[in-house]
Design a protein around this ligand. Structure first.
Ligand SMILES: Cc1cc2nc3c(=O)[nH]c(=O)nc-3n(C[C@H](O)[C@H](O)[C@H](O)COP(=O)(O)OP(=O)(O)OC[C@H]3O[C@@H](n4cnc5c(N)ncnc54)[C@H](O)[C@@H]3O)c2cc1C
Ligand SMILES: NC(=O)c1ccc[n+]([C@@H]2O[C@H](COP(=O)([O-])OP(=O)(O)OC[C@H]3O[C@@H](n4cnc5c(N)ncnc54)[C@H](OP(=O)(O)O)[C@@H]3O)[C@@H](O)[C@H]2O)c1
Ligand SMILES: Cc1cc2nc3c(=O)[nH]c(=O)nc-3n(C[C@H](O)[C@H](O)[C@H](O)COP(=O)(O)O)c2cc1C
Length: 754
């Protein structure tokens, strides 16, 4: 496969290897261009392709007038009055973080000022009577940003109402004079449109005459959302007290939940990790995020070569008979559980190990403020294994609360210091990557380097309701689907690079490996499916199994629901995306996806292959002649190590008869003359003539997928340079304007993550 300084696929395939010349002296081997000979002409209308690349249009939403008053479940003002609530807290949330912060704000308002809040999913309420909010009340907006600065699905309507010039509030005017509001935006600085929804909400409300309380808060997921929140909230609460004319100290700590142990309960009604009532009762129903489908894994394999020090799992999830459908470019949500070691650690640290299977019920003491975040009745062990995120790095705020339950004065002092000393918290806990169980062990002087047991772990008398209200729900992990339903109608493929990294050791914490929850859950499934023994990690010099092997999970699931004979299953649901190929195959397509960013593009290429097969069958061998070129820019470290789906691409090249061209940058194999690495953006620059022509003259579509922090930005910069130059101007002016236009027309789409 590798021919000295030039890499190609098997010569059995009739494609031409084109080497671009700009970087060539030292690096032509880094540029792999696969192309078939040019096909002949044929024209056909591809009516049956279902998905255009444009975003689905959302119908303008106008709240029904005259429906206010009690009895209308969509009337938040009536609900506030009924419940004597002075704050309404709207959250725009996709994966639960904004909701979590909305609830935290509600709890703080209650404990600081004794004020009750209505925490609202904006989708569930009409927005038009915001102008009826009484003067002694305030509205909070806790809003996450997604994609190209877009709102979360549940906030689309709210944003439309705020931004639509024709939208009127219930008084018949577009005014919110004197409305008091607070904004906390959630975002990630690696994205171009940082926190744009929080900012837009703020700007629109101000335009409407509303008055912001304190500063607008902005949390950056890339650094620390928690720290940004903590830094912002005290100033905001001071301003809030003044604006609302309330004083601190009027509230008091009150529990959100009541946890009770049940002596007798029908075992078949106890949730042992089932994610829905239907899963517990084994009744049929639609499979979605509220009722994930346990999909059998029909095939799985390692995609990296044994020489790589990383894992990348290809997993095929069988959806036959589930009613689940998908389209190329969609995401699949995988619902992991926590690894055994973390479950055991926290059970021991909470003194619950002996009671781990005790059946418990949990009731919300204020359902409007905090719903029980998972199904009950359940057991202690189930909550920790399946329902809450105990594997994340422990937050700073909870440590203050937990210090009250410390087993020794030293443990209490340690937690208090971590709670109040931001720098020390950052160094010891954040950089040391300590989960809550580990922090409790460290505070109590337990040994973190051995597998946690009752005997070696100090028990803390922390009420379980505090754990439930302080630790967020374990969330599904999303993966770009790497197959096309046209070729695999009953199977969803995922391409998962397994997360494993080292912490930064400090005076309290030794060096250790940290394992991503979801990707290692899938890796475990892959090992089990193939009857493989997980490899040992020798580097830590410890003989303890927990330290020398990858984390283990209870992959057989609740009541063995995820294992049938030798077949293993994973709970999944599909999330629709707008990341789609253009309907017309004549449009040129440029796909940029290094690393696992290639995942959706495998699906895109398969989609086109399926269409090509049908077209050729119908119209003969020249059927693809007027198709646009499909270019894939892919990058990996070495051709011999982590070249994903290396053996498949030549077949796609052949089937697409010269219309599919693949460029590959091997970043650790060959270098530029100055010794620097060659990345996808260098190959794009090298191919600039074709790219400019495809975009500007061919009305082509551009897709970027993969890492958000550096890659996607640098790729966009190069695209701006190419387009600016082609337009006879600069990257900053003409190039940036062209990119903006492409985005507006959904001809430049991003599916990136950090
Ligand atoms: C839309 C979308 C599509 C995606 N598609 C894919 C895909 O096709 N393939 C794929 O493999 N992944 C994909 N991902 C990423 C995937 O969802 C998971 O985030 C990833 O598998 C890690 O999850 P985990 O549960 O293993 O890790 P977690 O347990 O969730 O840990 C992740 C966290 O670890 C921390 N972290 C990570 N690296 C380091 C480090 N070096 N140092 C310190 N802290 C670190 C970060 O806080 C990070 O948020 C996608 C994500 C999104 C949002
Ligand atoms: N949410 C998550 O936790 C999650 C999940 C998956 C991936 N990721 C992150 O996403 C990134 C990609 O992960 P991956 O495993 O899919 O790919 P990868 O194997 O780390 O990288 C793929 C290729 O991209 C190159 N590359 C590195 N920086 C680049 C840049 N700025 N521009 C263009 N190419 C660049 C790499 O080169 P070199 O390595 O030689 O520099 C490599 O050749 C990683 O940073 C990873 O941590 C995060
Ligand atoms: C696919 C994806 C796209 C995102 N796009 C943006 C963005 O354009 N701008 C931004 O500031 N943050 C962006 N973020 C960061 C989220 O806003 C942030 O992670 C937030 O905490 C998510 O909140 P939620 O869990 O309530 O949905 C993005 C996150 C993901 C996963």
């Amino acid at each position: 496969m590798t021919v000295s300084n030039r890499t190609t696929f098997s010569s059995a395939f009739p494609f031409a290897l084109i080497s671009t010349s700009a970087m060539t002296s030292a690096s032509s081997s880094d540029v792999l261009i696969l192309a078939l000979g040019v096909g002949l002409a044929a024209v056909y209308l591809f009516r049956d392709q279902l998905f255009a690349a444009s975003k689905p249009k959302t119908a303008p939403i106008v709240a029904a007038k005259g429906q206010n008053g009690s009895g209308n479940p969509r009337d938040f003002i009536a609900k506030m009055k009924e419940g004597k609530k002075r704050l309404v807290i709207f959250y725009g949330s996709q994966t639960g973080t904004a909701e979590e912060y909305a609830i935290r704000l509600a709890k703080e308002a209650k404990s600081k000022f004794g004020l009750a809040s209505l925490v609202c999913d904006p989708e569930e309420y009409d927005f038009e009577n915001l102008d009826e909010l009484p003067e002694d009340c305030a509205a909070f907006f806790v809003m996450a940003t997604y994609g190209e600065g877009e709102p979360t699905d549940n906030a689309v309507q709210l944003m439309q109402n705020l931004q639509d010039e024709s939208f009127e509030f219930s008084g018949g005017e577009r005014k919110l004079e004197g409305l008091k509001y607070v904004v906390f935006g959630l975002g990630n600085k690696t994205y171009e449109h940082y926190n744009s929804i929080g900012r837009a909400v703020d700007a629109e409300l101000t335009k409407l005459g509303a008055i912001r309380i304190g500063e607008r808060g902005e949390g950056d997921d890339d650094k620390s959302m928690e720290e940004d929140y903590l830094e912002w909230k005290d100033g905001m609460w001071d301003a809030f007290a003044a604006a609302m004319n309330v004083e601190e100290g009027q509230g008091g700590d009150s529990a959100d939940f009541a946890v009770s142990e049940l002596d007798i309960h029908p075992p078949e009604k106890v949730y042992l990790g089932e994610l829905s009532a239907r899963a517990l009762t084994k009744t049929k129903g639609i499979h979605d995020a509220k009722n994930p489908y346990p999909a059998p894994i029909s095939h799985s394999r390692e995609l990296f070569e044994p020489t790589a020090d990383r894992n990348c799992a290809h997993i095929e999830l069988d959806t036959e008979g589930s009613g689940i459908t998908y389209q190329h470019g969609d995401h699949v949500g995988v619902w992991p559980s926590n690894p055994d070691v973390e479950v055991d650690r926290l059970l021991c640290a909470l003194n619950l190990y002996d009671k781990k299977d005790t059946v418990i019920n949990i009731e919300s003491l204020d359902p409007a403020l905090a719903k029980v975040p998972f199904p009950v009745p359940t057991t202690y062990a189930t909550v920790l294994r399946h329902y809450i995120d105990i594997s994340a790095v422990a937050g700073r705020q909870i440590l203050g609360t937990l210090s009250k339950f410390a087993p020794t004065p030293e443990a209490e002092a340690f937690l208090k210091n971590m709670n109040t000393n931001k720098e020390e918290y950052h160094k010891v806990i954040a950089e040391g990557c300590l989960r809550l169980g580990e922090v409790l062990q460290l505070a109590a002087g337990d040994d973190l380097n051995i597998y946690p047991t009752k005997e070696n772990t100090t028990g803390w008398p922390i009420p379980f309701d505090i754990i439930v209200s302080s630790i967020p729900r374990l969330q599904p992990r999303y993966y770009s689907i790497s197959s096309s339903p046209k070729i695999h109608p009953n199977s969803i493929h995922v391409t998962v690079v397994v997360l494993k990294y080292q912490n930064i050791p400090n005076h309290h914490v030794d060096a250790k490996w940290v394992y991503g929850v979801g990707s290692n859950f899938l890796l475990n499934l892959k090992y089990a499916v193939n009857n493989e023994t997980p490899p040992l990690i020798a580097s830590e010099g410890s003989s303890d199994p927990s330290h020398v092997s990858v984390p283990t999970y209870q992959i057989e699931g609740p009541r063995g629901a995820y294992k049938q004979d030798t077949v293993y299953k994973s709970p999944i649901h599909v999330r629709r995306s707008t990341f789609r190929l253009p309907t017309n195959p004549k449009s040129p397509v440029i796909m940029i996806g290094p690393g696992t960013g290639v995942a959706p593009f495998r699906g895109f290429v398969q989609e086109r292959v399926a269409l090509a097969r049908r077209s050729i069958e119908k119209n003969g061998p020249d059927a693809l002649a007027d198709w646009g070129r499909i270019s894939l820019f892919y990058g990996c470290r070495k051709s011999t190590e982590d070249f994903l789906y290396k053996e498949e691409w030549p077949q796609y090249v052949e089937e697409l008869r010269g219309k599919f061209v693949m460029h590959v940058a091997f970043s650790r194999e060959n270098y530029k003359p100055d010794g620097s690495k060659i990345y996808v953006q260098d190959l794009i620059w090298e191919d600039r003539e074709h790219i400019a022509d495809a975009i500007l003259n061919g009305k082509g579509y551009v897709y970027i997928c993969g890492e958000a922090k550096n890659m996607s930005k640098q790729v966009e910069d190069v695209l701006a340079r190419i387009l600016g130059e082609a337009k006879g101007g600069s990257a900053a002016v003409e190039g940036a304007a062209e990119l903006k236009l492409l985005k507006e027309r959904s001809r430049l789409m991003l599916d990136v993550w950090s």
